[in-house]
Design a protein around this ligand. Structure first.
Ligand code: ATP
Ligand code: MG
Length: 603
């Protein structure tokens, strides 16, 4: 392809809202332009790379035995009403009406569409497992689109859905997908960190996210310090992370009674204006570990307990207790409660529901709300907590004797420095961005949408499901985040829009002849070549070649062509130095270098 005939509007200036390298470079290198907030158009160069990401994903999905389908992007609202997500998905779901006043959804994901297709066709166990995927447009009305295509409103996702007769079959496909994802990201030249993830209100049983480390990452990852020595590979999203307890959890009822017997009777103490844990520590001269902190949370769209029937409760309040030095993880709490979201209740709601001012809330005698206790609380047998009265706390509080919780669970937010749950080494944190997600979904959609099949005895069953997503735009942007320098992009050969760029110092005379010849030879060998035929100064062409990030640059100049053995200059984008190579050997050398690079990433 000749540069002058393509459409590569490079920029020296950067759009003001482009704060991360990939966003800046995608604009500067002419890969993208913005159509609206969170809406981006790929230009020819960008689309070439995008299609390569797509191709890698497609090859690996096909190799894993998945079958490609193409549902519509606009989906009847009915399907979303059946699953319940018409109401529970929130503001990010774009709903539209047509001229007949019928409801539609612009797909943010496609569990409904695919389950809708499958349930109409599924009849026998012989059709299972059924493994389907699409690579298609998604729309999410993100409240704050940012970082270019990293978080857009319209984007492309590879989303796959698997249907199984039993958990073993689901487990196998889930493992296969984990391996396919590792290959996909390796082929894209990306270093990913797979982490255990929250399976959330969806009620799934296993979930793994594929993260790239990023200063602007929306996710906090907890990694085992032992990781570095390969002794332990624990890695989890903070939403899911567990840690080694620094307390003896949940004593048996017998032990609890014994401990309580050694605790003096519960007693009220005056604590005028002492409303915070810090103030309480100072006032009582004791440690935050002795305090039972009680917080009121508001949960929305609470599903019935696993296995139980019942409606989704749109709003519910809970008192959540945790040891004074710990914080509650809202993601873990939402997952335990099977709520789509939880947040701290307002002061007004808290005071109204507990009948006591903020700062003096506690679980003893609290009957107006269900009490959820973090496991840490059950280990406190001589604690301090709010007495549900202004300026009063209780001391000598014992779990089991003075109050009980409806649910004892782990809602503790794990922090850097906490102990690894596997090997007890210290955990540390990193910021990460999610590129992909694999998820054992279970029967949520197949149940609510009435999918079933008959087993070999003619008995009806509900299939179990897995779902598996990768964002293509975000993957492409992350490749640039990982591979660039001050001068521009440094594409891995697998994703590069072209693998080589030929830059004649001037596109005329012998330089033109040799440039054209080399270009033809390389193209015949299957190499994708951009030929910079523009009438620009060499400095401008070199700068653009660096900005575009084409892996190999060949400079053809009069000086090097003159003499007994004409030469050209070959430079790898990622190296500083160029090499002089005999003209006759240039094509062969380039081809073998490029093939070797491919083999390194694809191997
Ligand atoms: P996030 O937490 O970043 O919003 P998510 O957990 O909602 O992502 P999933 O529903 O798991 O995302 O979607 C699968 C993949 O789709 C993500 O891993 C990501 O690569 C991509 N993706 C999701 N939202 C966006 C977006 N707004 N822009 C670009 N890609 C996105
Ligand atoms: Mg996700």
């Amino acid at each position: 392809m000749n540069f002058s005939q393509s459409f590569i509007p490079t920029l020296r200036e950067v759009p003001a809202d482009a704060v991360i390298s990939s966003h800046r470079l995608m604009f500067r290198a002419g890969l993208l332009r913005k159509l609206g907030n969170g809406l981006f158009a790929y230009l020819p160069l960008g689309l070439r790379s995008f299609k390569k990401v797509e191709r890698i994903i497609r090859e690996e999905m096909d190799a894993a035995g998945f079958l490609e389908i193409k549902p519509t992007v606009v989906v009847p609202g009915e399907l979303w009403k059946e699953s319940g997500r018409w109401d529970s998905m929130g503001e990010s779901l774009l709903k539209v009406k047509n001229r007949l006043d019928a409801d539609f959804v612009v797909s943010p994901t496609a569990e409904e569409a695919v389950t809708g297709i499958v349930r109409d066709e599924l009849s026998s166990y012989r059709q299972l497992p059924l493994l389907l995927y699409q690579i298609n447009t998604k729309y999410r009305d993100e409240i704050r689109p940012r970082y270019g295509v990293m978080r857009g409103r319209e984007f492309v996702m590879k989303d796959a859905y698997s249907f199984h007769a039993d958990d073993e079959s689901l487990d196998k496909t889930y493992e296969d997908m984990g391996r396919a994802y590792r290959r996909i990201f390796k082929r894209c030249g990306l270093s990913v960190i797979p982490v255990k993830a929250d399976s959330g209100a969806m009620g799934g049983s296993g979930s793994e996210e594929f993260m790239v480390e990023s200063g602007i990452g929306d996710n906090t990852l907890l990694l085992c310090g032992g990781n570095r020595s390969q002794s332990c590979a624990y890695a989890a999203n903070v939403e899911k992370a567990e840690c080694r307890d620094d307390f003896v959890p949940c004593p048996s009822p017998g032990e609890a009674a014994l401990l309580a017997a050694h605790t003096p009777p519960i007693e009220k103490i005056d604590t005028p204006q002492v409303k915070t844990i810090d103030a309480l520590c100072a006032f009582m001269g004791s440690d935050a570990k002795q305090f039972i902190k009680a917080l009121v949370y508001r949960a929305v769209n609470v599903e019935p307990a696993a296995g139980a029937e019942g409606p989704v409760v749109p709003e519910a309040f809970y008192a959540v207790c945790i040891r004074g030095d710990m914080e509650v993880s809202e993601a873990k709490l939402a997952s335990r409660l099977r709520a789509s979201e939880v947040s701290l209740a307002s002061q007004a709601d808290t005071e109204r529901l507990c009948g006591a001012p903020l700062g003096f809330i506690g679980p003893v005698g609290l009957t107006s709300l269900p009490v959820i206790a973090d496991a840490s609380v059950t280990a406190i047998h001589d604690g301090v907590t709010g007495a549900l009265e202004k300026d009063v706390h209780y001391k000598h509080v014992a779990y089991g004797r003075d109050f009980k919780a409806q649910m004892v669970t782990d809602v503790r937010e794990v922090k850097a420095g906490d102990g690894c749950p596997l090997c007890a080494a210290e955990l540390y944190t990193k910021k990460g961005n999610e590129l992909g997600h694999i998820f054992k979904l279970g029967k949520k959609y197949t149940t609510s949408m009435n999918a079933s099949y008959l087993d070999e005895n003619g008995k009806s069953h509900i299939p179990t499901m897995g779902c598996y997503g990768i964002g293509l735009d975000r993957t492409m942007a992350s490749v640039i985040e990982e591979h660039h320098d001050d001068d521009g992009i440094i594409w891995p050969v697998t994703i590069a829009p072209y693998q080589a760029i030929i830059v004649p110092i001037k596109y005329e005379g012998a330089m033109k002849t040799e440039a054209d010849k080399l270009c033809q030879y390389l193209e015949a060998a299957g190499i994708e070549v951009l030929l910079d035929d523009r009438d620009e100064r060499p400095g401008v062409k070199f700068k653009d070649a660096d900005l575009l990030g084409i892996p190999y640059r060949v400079v053809i100049g009069d000086k090097n062509l003159a003499g007994d053995t004409p030469k050209v200059e070959i430079k790898r984008r990622r190296e500083k130095e160029a090499r002089l190579v005999e003209l006759d050997k240039a094509a062969e050398e380039l081809t073998s270098n490029i093939m070797a690079d491919f083999a390194g990433l694809n191997g």
